[in-house]
Design a protein around this ligand. Structure first.
Ligand SMILES: Nc1nc2c(ncn2[C@@H]2O[C@H](COP(=O)(O)OP(=O)(O)OP(=O)(O)O)[C@@H](O)[C@H]2O)c(=O)[nH]1
Ligand SMILES: [Mg+2]
Length: 450
């Protein structure tokens, strides 16, 4: 008998509606005890996916008008009986409604407890449960699409396919080692094993290489716009973000703090960090700005290093270039509308633009995509969490080791042990053999009500 839980599923803020969720064996009875429908007797006998309109009551008095939507096990998000009560979006009313449910016998839900129940009732595998949290937190169209894809079980299915193939081989190996003389025992050759393990390792490796893209897509990409004062960093930031976030003047040292601006590139969200022009300065405020600019460069996924194309490169440009050279970067020559003579520039341009005239920007965007390795197929974003990445990488390591040892000539029972080591993390990824601690950790990232 599962304890019935209750929580507010929508933000605690003034809004059109607020939704309070109940899940558990007694969900419908508890909702029924506080809900007076206007047009039917009670919601007790309402079939699943049916709703009723009425009053929710507290201490015998109407608390609010609400719609009660009934789900019956197993056809609900959690797989249990559920009721969703939609009331007016007043945080006070919503909190009282939750309190009324608790008075009627429900317990307050813990973080992620609804999704956890869905996992425990086999409605979702662990990677799908993670995708629910990711979907809620997605900050761009592509991140949401990728999370939705994982939510539907694409990753779990690919992993299952690989794991099933390996488990079948493990079974054959087990039969072989138990009855080596048995004529009918399925026979596996060393060559077949090597071939199969290599193929599986390759598939895992493809999933792993998509992780970086997945992570970038999920978290949003941080791009620092850095360079000497007055080269046009703020003009470029404004252009890319289509906003006037940054102040632009012809005075060197205009930007003194990090100015963040959002932009989207092919549905991927970018966080542009316009920075103070980096230079030696005695101005106390500007000095802090310069330090922040350097820190922003360090913490970014990509640096747009902007130089003024209308003048020869200066020692200051070179100084900054030396600081960013080892990070992923693009050298942007700006103000090419002002070029009157061609200088022998010491730093090679990746792209030439005029931020003021919005010229060369398409090319710059192409280069940003290329530099970030944003090969934006949905497949490349399948793995989204460090946990999933670690599972896949442990499995791959065991398979690589098995192939290596088989080539060296080890006995097949050693290969069988390594094979188990490869299967285990794959089962863990989808939650089939995840430890309690791993499961706790996954659900710790959820909000209450989800
Ligand atoms: N002609 C021309 N002028 C530009 C271009 N880009 C920027 N400018 C001008 O250059 C000056 C400096 O531009 P900003 O965008 O403020 O430069 P910044 O690098 O942010 O400068 P700081 O914040 O002081 O470090 C302004 O007068 C801009 O209008 C360009 O492509 N062509
Ligand atoms: Mg600026």
């Amino acid at each position: 008998m599962s304890k019935t839980i209750v929580a507010l599923a929508t933000p605690s803020a003034h809004s059109a509606i607020a939704v309070v969720r109940l899940s558990g064996d007694a969900a419908i009875e508890i909702a029924d005890s506080i809900f007076r429908p206007f047009y039917i007797e009670s919601i007790k006998n309402l079939p699943g996916y049916h709703a009723a309109y009425g009053n929710v009551m507290q201490n015998g008095k109407p608390l609010d008008e609400a719609v009660a939507l009934v789900f019956r096990a197993p056809k609900s998000y959690t797989g249990e009986n559920m009721v969703e009560l939609s009331c007016h979006g007043n945080p006070l009313i919503a909190a009282r409604l939750v309190a009324a449910c608790i008075e009627a016998g429900a317990s307050p839900a813990g973080a992620g407890e609804f999704t956890r129940r869905a996992f425990e009732n086999g409605k979702l595998d662990l990677s799908q449960a993670e995708a629910v949290a990711e979907l809620i937190e997605s900050e761009s169209g592509l991140a949401a699409a990728a999370a939705l894809d994982r939510r539907s079980g694409t990753l779990g299915k690919q992993i299952d396919d690989i794991a099933d193939g390996l488990s079948f081989t493990a079974a054959k190996l087990a039969v072989w080692s138990d009855y080596p003389e048995e004529e009918d025992a399925p026979f596996v050759t060393r060559e077949e094993l090597i071939e199969e393990f290599s193929a599986a390792a390759e598939k895992l490796s493809a999933l792993m290489s998509g992780y970086n893209t997945g992570r970038l897509v999920q978290n949003g990409i941080r791009i620092a716009v850095a360079g000497c004062p007055n080269v046009g960093k703020s003009t470029l930031t404004n252009l890319l973000s289509g906003s006037e976030r940054s102040i632009v003047t012809d005075i060197a040292g205009t930007t003194r703090d990090i100015v963040e601006a959002a932009a989207e590139l092919d549905s991927v969200s970018l966080k542009l960090l316009d920075t103070a022009g980096i230079r030696e300065t005695d101005d106390a405020v500007e000095k802090i700005g310069v330090e922040r600019a350097k820190a922003a460069v360090e913490q970014s996924d990509l640096v747009l290093f902007v130089v003024d194309a209308s003048r020869p490169i200066t020692d200051e440009d070179i100084d900054i270039y030396n600081q960013i050279e080892n990070r992923p970067h693009i050298v942007v020559y700006n103000k090419n509308d002002l070029i009157q003579q061609n200088f022998q520039q010491q730093i090679k341009a990746d792209v030439e633009i005029s931020a003021a005239r919005a010229e060369g920007i398409e090319n710059l965007k192409q280069q940003i995509k290329q530099k970030l390795g944003l090969n934006l197929t949905q497949d490349s974003c399948l793995i989204a969490s460090q946990r999933q990445f670690d599972c896949v990488s442990r499995a791959k390591k065991a398979l690589d080791e098995a192939v290596f040892r088989l080539n060296e000539g080890v006995t097949l029972d050693i290969a069988a042990i390594l094979l188990e080591e490869a299967i285990q993390p794959l089962a863990e990824l989808v939650g089939k053999s995840a430890s309690q601690a791993v499961i706790e950790q996954v659900f710790a990232n959820f909000c209450v009500g989800k």
